[in-house]
Ligand binder design. Structure first.
Ligand code: SF4
Length: 206
């Protein structure tokens, strides 16, 4: 699949204080490189899902109807998923459509090639990074993939964008990590110059 069109799962309008600053429209992409044990959104990577294929121009046409709210509130579009950084050229083309005034946010695992992160850094205002845990054994057990790529990307991203544009999410994951593990992750990432952390606990059915 080329990035001329990207697979979109959902477009949710008029979100306030849930996906970054101001009024936002959440755009969910299909596709994810991870397989988290407590994933609440498995249809975001299921082969059975039938996403909507849109060009950046078509997505812009569906989001520009809320421009007045974005400009008045300092908001814009938040890209989530799934994994939006699977489609960095699409994000870049969308920025060219919407101009600089919209605040664009990406919710990402950073579990993608560096070139994708680098391209996204040229067009995204704010990154919400789903780190999970800096301990590779915990991360691998929980996501099915090593965290090495995510950590290398995160370290390199801090050299490209200022700390106020990065928020790292550090969840307490029942049966996978502990409060002490979360603390260790925060200490390690603080040493990279990261200052904004979102700490919370996953709720499981237990
Ligand atoms: S990164 Fe998100 S969408 Fe992907 S498997 Fe994990 S929880 Fe699910």
């Amino acid at each position: 699949m080329t990035e001329k069109k990207a697979p979109i799962l959902a477009i949710e309008r008029h979100r306030i204080a849930t996906d970054g600053r101001g009024v936002t429209t959440l755009v969910g992409f299909w596709g994810c490189p991870l397989r988290c044990k407590y994933c609440i959104n498995p249809h975001s990577f299921s082969e059975k899902t039938k996403p909507l294929l849109l060009t950046p121009e078509e997505l812009y046409a569906r989001t520009v109807i809320d421009q007045i709210y974005f400009l008045a509130s300092g908001g814009g579009v938040t890209f989530g998923g799934g994994e939006p950084l699977l489609y960095p050229q699409f994000l870049k083309a969308f920025r060219e459509q919407c101009g600089e005034a919209w605040h664009l946010t990406a919710e990402t695992s950073l579990a993608v090639p560096w070139e994708s992160v680098e391209l996204a850094a040229s067009c995204i205002d704010e990154f919400w990074i789903d780190c999970k845990d800096t301990n590779d054994a915990i991360y691998t057990r929980y996501t099915g993939k090593s965290n090495r790529q995510m950590l290398e990307n995160l370290a390199r991203l801090t050299t490209l964008v200022p700390p106020e544009r990065i928020v790292v999410r550090l969840p307490l994951i029942p049966d996978y990590n502990t409060a002490a593990d979360v603390e260790k992750s925060q200490e390690m990432l603080s040493a990279l110059g990261i200052t904004r952390f979102d700490r919370f606990s996953y709720r499981t059915k237990k």
